[in-house]
Design a protein around this ligand. Structure first.
Ligand SMILES: Nc1ncnc2c1ncn2[C@@H]1O[C@H](COP(=O)(O)OP(=O)(O)O)[C@@H](O)[C@H]1O
Ligand SMILES: Nc1ccn([C@@H]2O[C@H](COP(=O)(O)O)[C@@H](O)[C@H]2O)c(=O)n1
Length: 231
């Protein structure tokens, strides 16, 4: 039975680069790490038709089923498998089937509001916030939603202005204060390398659960100031 030893939360605005950071820091550790997208915990909307679902606010905390996320995280932390919901962005609803997920050494919880819920926050050993300018994020979102997902461009713009942007300012950006480490644009290779090393060490059993909050932040500062000093 695996009891997870390290849980990382990665928050940040839509298109900030959360998934990219999660992928980069776990690339070399195989199946010992599991990524949990918070999107999987969007509420079940089967009672609504497609037109109604299209109109929902998906950036407000009330769009998520926090109790289920907390319950399933707790189960995983105790070494038990869970039946995790799966989300389908095409139909704006959960898929009918769930996926059996076994606990792994390291868990990464990733999503716009990964640092929002107090109970969930307490379960995290390391809290990251990926910070990227709004103009870059909307361009990435247009690319993904209008071009890759085939959504109507005007709809993408309307959704951004009516819910994505205001909810970001009201709920997502303020969670930055809970972060141990803020990663600018996810492109911070110093932070990514350090986090990769940390995840690798957890997986190889070199670390204990005596994680000292702020340790990575200090090391990023040390490594960055060393580079900046011109030595
Ligand atoms: N540091 C970066 N530099 C350039 N492009 C990036 C960077 N991080 C992410 N991207 C790109 O931006 C898009 C959104 O990234 P993603 O990680 O899916 O964001 P999020 O999970 O926060 O919505 C993807 O196409 C990804 O390849
Ligand atoms: N049916 C849905 C559900 C969510 N969204 C948007 O997804 C964004 C979160 O995912 P990221 O990978 O971009 O972080 C969020 O901003 C929702 O608006 C959606 O468009 N449709």
């Amino acid at each position: 039975m695996t009891i997870p030893s390290f849980v990382i939360g990665i928050a940040g605005g839509s298109g900030a680069g959360k998934t990219t950071v999660a992928r980069l820091i776990t690339e070399n550790v195989g199946e010992s790490v599991m990524r949990i997208p918070i999107d999987n915990y969007y509420k079940d909307r089967s009672h609504l038709d497609m037109a109604e679902r299209e109109q929902l606010n998906y950036d407000h905390p009330s769009a998520f089923e926090w109790e289920l996320l907390y319950e399933q995280l707790s189960e995983l932390m105790e070494g038990r498998a869970v039946e995790m919901p799966q989300y389908d962005f095409e139909i704006h609803n959960r898929k009918p089937e769930r996926e059996t997920v076994e606990p792994t050494d390291v868990i990464i919880l990733e999503g716009i509001l990964a640092l929002y819920d107090e109970d969930v926050n307490e379960m995290l050993d390391l809290r990251l916030y990926v910070e990227t300018d709004a103009d870059v994020r909307i361009l990435r979102r247009i690319q993904r939603d209008a071009i890759d997902r085939g959504r109507d461009l005007q709809g993408v713009i309307d959704q951004y202005l009516s819910t994505v942007k205001p909810m970001h300012e009201q709920f997502i950006e303020p969670t930055k204060k809970h972060a141990d480490l803020i990663i600018p644009e996810g492109a911070n290779s110093v932070a990514v390398t350090l986090l990769e090393e940390k995840v690798q060490a957890e997986v190889e059993g070199e670390e204990t659960r005596t994680w000292e909050r702020g340790a990575i932040e200090r090391e990023v500062q040390d490594r960055t100031s060393f580079r900046g000093s011109g030595n």
